[in-house]
Design a protein around this ligand. Structure first.
Ligand code: HEM
Length: 394
């Protein structure tokens, strides 16, 4: 029997883009398994349901893509986010050692000097777009340096990466421009990996991939998906996290003092609380591999189910006063980085970038406040600011 639920939540609607949290509250309270007829999909919104669903990868598969419509499998073969075990695990293991917490710490000086470079560029200005000039640029510079992109290609690769990920208003899939940028990047990334093959493998991600191909663990055609996933996953999400923090500072929701620990750096609890409060990736989807009953309703094999991380993180069944941003709370069990086999590979890097990036920004700038209207990404998955115009207050 067809299920008809009232029109409460559409992930691509302007209302969800503006502020999805009132809709999430109604979903959790009234329709914990919600039917989104327009997209032929379902949604889970309570903390326990999202967490358990993400853990059960055999029932909730990623292999048919984790977004809606045309965005499914945009990165191509090798994108571990859209693979199930066992192939997922083989490819993830190639990347995993480099992204461990203890290895990632080695990149801290590089991240701090990239942040200082960016801040130096706007030292003499009074009005700056901290989105365009800082929160977007630091993550892309960082991930490109970890991948192994030569410094001489950094400018070109950054512009092309941004063109690939740009999602204009009323998008219903990647634009021709995004596909063009994608193929230029792929050609370039493949060359970078190929020229490292049968060498002594330089200490970067391209070197790791070249070694894996030579050892027969990975196929050359998987370079594209694995590299583009790292570019995308490493960029917009971290940009969003840092943008949310900059926005909160520039609108005086939080003070500089609250964001500085005894060591002068951003405390971990504050970073985790920003992630809980406004998850950079609001949701990702799965497809069921058999019929399943959830909250008294049977959904059929092959159903697309949105796992709304951002709603889970505001579930009062799990977090006290979830709609309040409390920078000292331990919100580390939030689901902003997902859960289970696809748990974010870049979590240590993202936390480090936010800590080092925002701390360097605060060290080098006087107080700043918002002038003009900040612009959010035109994405229905990513929630964060693309543009953050501020004025520096001497
Ligand atoms: C604040 C920043 C970040 C957030 C909120 C975030 C969030 C997420 C989430 C929710 C997932 C799970 C996807 C799923 O279940 O389908 C994920 C996976 C992933 N993330 Fe992140 N991410 C962030 C930063 C990064 C960075 C900096 C990297 C760069 C290395 C990265 C690399 C990945 C990769 C490779 C996966 C796929 C893992 C897999 O499928 O096994 N992420 N991320």
């Amino acid at each position: 029997m067809a299920v008809i639920h009232p029109d409460i939540y559409d992930p691509v609607s302007p209302e969800a883009h503006e502020n999805p949290y009132p809709a999430y509250e109604r979903l959790r309270d009234e329709y914990p398994l919600y039917r989104i007829e327009k997209h032929n999909a379902w949604a889970l919104s309570r903390y326990q349901d999202v967490k358990e669903g993400l853990r059960d990868w055999e029932l909730f598969s990623s292999a048919q893509g984790v977004e809606l419509g045309e965005y499914v499998q945009f990165f191509g073969p090798g994108s571990i986010q859209e693979l199930d075990p066992p192939r997922h695990d083989v490819l993830r293991k190639i990347l995993a050692p480099r992204f461990l917490n203890r290895r990632i710490k080695d990149y801290e000086p590089m991240i701090r000097s990239s942040a200082q470079e960016l801040v130096a560029n706007f030292q003499n200005k009074v009005e700056i777009d901290l989105g365009a000039e800082f929160t977007q640029k630091l993550p892309i510079l960082t991930i490109f340096r970890i991948l192994g992109i030569p410094e001489s290609e950094m400018g070109w690769a950054t512009t092309t990466g941004l063109r690939m990920l740009n999602r204009p208003p009323n998008e219903n899939g990647p634009t021709t421009e995004a596909y063009e940028a994608r193929s230029q990047l792929v050609e370039f990334l493949e060359k970078e990996v190929e020229r490292r093959r049968n060498t002594d493998y330089p200490d970067d991600v391209f070197g790791d991939m070249a070694r894996a191909i030579d050892q027969g663990l990975m196929e050359s055609r998987e370079i594209q998906g694995l590299s583009l996933l790292l570019v995308a996953a490493g960029m917009e999400t971290t940009t969003s996290l840092m943008g949310t923090i900059v926005h909160a500072l520039a609108t005086r929701q939080v003070s500089r003092q609250e964001l500085q620990s005894a060591q002068g750096d951003l405390p971990q609890t504050a970073i985790d609380e920003f992630l809980r409060f406004d998850a950079p990736a609001q949701w990702l989807a799965r497809v069921t591999t058999r019929d399943v009953e959830i909250h008294g309703q049977t959904i059929q094999k092959g159903s697309r189910v949105l796992m709304i991380f951002a709603s889970a993180n505001r579930d009062p069944r799990e977090f006290e006063s979830p709609d309040q941003l409390i920078l000292t709370r331990d919100g580390s069990r939030n689901l902003a980085f997902g859960e289970g086999v696809h748990f974010c590979l870049g979590m240590p890097l993202a936390r480090l970038e936010a800590k080092a990036g925002i701390s360097e920004l605060l060290k080098a700038t006087p107080d700043f406040e918002m002038i003009g209207t900040p612009q959010r990404y035109q994405s229905h998955v990513i929630r964060g600011y693309e543009s953050l115009p501020v004025i520096l207050c001497p």
